[in-house]
Each structure stands twice: as structure tokens, then as C-alpha cells.
Design a binder for this molecule. Structure first.
Ligand code: CDT
Length: 344
């Protein structure tokens, strides 16, 4: 009892130190956050028009007092991995600097409104590396951090049996870390789409004390390799984010680019999830829509300081396999050369 009591006091003191103003007045640890869900972006849509949509969403969120506004994965272009093309032909979909001539108005407007945001896009670096990026900007317009998608799903080469491709593995190298940042008065991390299905994503950030994880996604409803998963997309989406939030005592914002993009229907259902695992707010459309919640960051301590007191209850010696490469089991990978097996 003593140990948990002491740990609790220390955590609370640390949080109070972080949240007290210069006059010693205790400030609350509330943060107003927004999921700025987007409807589809077609291939012909100009970057400037897309940025205009982002600014509209930004203003809508700011008018509802949002301080941190999450845009989805690949929020500046269509989800181009649905096509297989020579890599140089895909260059038009990558950003090479940020902000750039198209996105500067978004940076300017965010600064004017005094809000921060996270923006997903494809990045090609000077030395020719290609990443699926989440970029976090604070209220002063300063870049807080860049996150590179770790779990790259799909395939590399054209697969003729698919109605549409999901060739992310052709276009992106994986990142190698899940950093967190002390920003917006909280410990904040980011993840991108397929990352949300992996428990390791949340736990690596959980071990760094994450209090808010922002996840942008583009999730086609049709999962071609196993059609039995298609009707479960919506269930799986919330299942993994709610579990990740609860098991790590953190808020999660899941923000979609949904609707029908180039004939492919994608999941919407953006949600703001509490450390209890409960959905606090959820989008109701499949288009551009802002969902706002005023979250109490101290709610995280009830989970981090009791049931999921990692210091006290984790058993790392029993988890060694998790960080090791390789799998201690024979896994039968489906042969998808001609599509999913007929008996699925
Ligand atoms: N963008 C992204 O990662 N989408 C994947 C689709 C399934 S894998 C083909 C996702 O996990 O939602």
C-alpha cells in the first residue's frame, strides 16, 4: 500500500509542477482537442483547394475552442498507393519541404488563430527517402516533431486479382520509433493508420507516459486478402483504439479520411477516446467534419496509477519474445497469387 501511495504522490506532484502558473495558482489540465475528419480527396483535386478545406476545418475547430486539431493520414493528396506506378511517377504525391507554397496558408491561419495541429502527408527527403509522415505543429507555429509510420501494410508489386491496390510497401520505408513529446501541456504521441492495429504501438508510447495519441487513417472498407474482415472494419477500428487507450491509460484521437475516393470507399467514424476506453465523441458523417472534446488529462492517472501501474505490475521478464525479431511458430501465410482462397 505504501509503495503505491508514494508513487501516486510523486506522479501527482510532477503533474502539479507542470500545470501551475507563475503565481502558484493550480491550473487544470484540460485540453480542447479536435478530430478534423476529411471526406475524399480525388486525384485531380489541386493542393491549394485541399488546403482551403483544411483551413475551413481549422476555423470550425478553433471556433469551438479547440487548441489541438488532428487532420488525417495523407491529408494533402489522394491515397495514391491504390495504384502501382513507377516510383518517379509518384513524385507528384510527395512533399519535399514543409511548410511549402501550398501549405503556408494553413500554417499562417493556425498561427493567427493560436491553434496547433497534426498533418499527415507523404515526404520525400533530400537524400531520397520516402516516408508516410505525421507532422505536429504547436500554437506558435513551431514544429514539435515528425513521426514516420512504422507498420507499413499492403504489398509492393501489382496484384492483378485486386479491385484496387494497396501498395504502401512500394512507396514508403518504415520508421523505427514511437517518440512522445511534452507539448500542449501533455505527453503526446502520434501513429498512422495500420499502426493502430498493433498493441506495441500504444505500449511503446505508454512506457513513455503518453497521455494523448493522435492517429490518422485511410482505411478502405474492402479488405481484399480476407473478405470476411470487410464487414468488421468499423468494429476493428474502434476495438483496437479503445483497447490501446484503456490498456495504457491514455486518450486516443482516431481521425479518418473517409468516403468514396477514386471509387474506393473508406471508413470514417473518427473518434475521441478516453483512458477508460470509452468513446467520448464520434463523427457521424463520412465527409469533412469536426468533432471536438474538452479532455481532462488527469483522467489518465486513474488508469496509469492503479490497474495499469506499469512499474508495479508489468512482468518484463515474461515479455522478452515481444522485442525479439522472428516468430516462434509456423505461420501459414495465405497464398494470394490469384486472390483469397475460395473457401474464405
Ligand atoms: N493506410 C493504411 O494503413 N491502411 C490500412 C489498410 C489495411 S491494409 C491493406 C489499415 O490498416 O487501415
Amino acid at each position: 500500500m505504501q509503495a503505491i501511495g508514494t508513487a501516486w504522490v510523486f506522479r501527482f506532484r510532477a503533474q502539479r509542477l507542470r500545470c501551475c502558473g507563475t503565481q502558484g495558482r493550480l491550473l487544470t489540465r484540460h485540453l480542447t482537442v479536435a478530430a478534423a475528419q476529411m471526406g475524399p480527396i480525388q486525384r485531380a483535386d489541386a493542393r491549394d483547394d485541399v488546403v482551403e478545406r483544411l483551413i475551413y476545418l481549422l476555423r470550425d475547430a478553433a471556433a469551438q475552442n479547440a487548441e489541438l486539431i488532428a487532420f488525417p493520414e495523407m491529408a494533402l493528396t489522394t491515397f495514391f498507393p491504390r495504384w502501382v506506378m513507377p516510383i518517379e511517377e509518384a513524385d507528384e504525391f510527395y512533399e519535399t519541404e514543409m511548410p511549402n507554397v501550398h501549405t503556408q496558408p494553413l500554417w499562417d491561419e493556425a498561427l493567427r488563430l493560436g491553434v496547433g495541429f497534426t498533418l499527415g502527408y507523404a515526404l520525400k527527403t533530400e537524400d531520397d527517402h520516402r516516408y508516410n509522415i505525421y507532422h505536429m505543429v504547436d500554437k506558435t507555429g513551431r514544429t514539435v516533431g515528425l513521426y514516420r509510420k512504422v507498420h507499413i501494410p499492403g504489398h509492393q508489386e501489382f496484384e492483378p486479382w485486386r479491385e484496387f491496390q494497396h501498395a504502401e510497401r512500394r512507396y514508403f520505408e518504415p520508421g523505427d520509433d514511437f517518440p512522445v513529446w511534452d507539448t500542449f501541456g501533455a505527453v503526446v504521441g502520434m501513429a498512422i493508420c495500420n499502426d493502430r492495429r498493433w498493441s506495441e504501438t500504444y505500449r511503446v508510447m505508454g512506457l513513455q507516459g503518453v497521455e494523448l495519441i493522435i492517429i490518422g487513417y485511410n482505411t478502405p472498407l474492402n479488405y481484399a486478402p480476407d473478405p470476411t474482415q470487410t464487414p468488421l472494419q468499423s468494429f476493428h477500428n474502434h476495438l483496437v483504439m479503445q483497447a490501446g487507450a484503456y490498456q495504457n491509460g491514455t486518450y486516443v484521437i482516431g481521425v479518418a479520411k473517409g468516403g468514396i475516393e477514386e471509387g474506393v470507399e473508406s471508413l470514417a467514424q473518427s473518434a475521441i477516446i478516453a483512458p477508460s476506453g470509452q468513446i467520448v465523441r464520434q463523427a457521424v458523417t463520412t465527409g469533412d467534419e469536426v468533432v471536438v472534446a474538452r479532455i481532462d488529462l488527469d483522467q489518465t492517472k486513474y488508469y496509469k496509477g492503479t490497474l495499469f501501474d506499469f512499474e508495479r505490475y508489468r512482468v518484463p521478464a515474461a515479455y522478452e519474445r515481444i522485442a525479439a525479431a522472428g516468430v516462434d511458430a509456423e505461420v501459414e501465410r495465405l497464398d494470394l497469387a490469384d486472390g483469397p482462397p475460395a473457401d474464405l
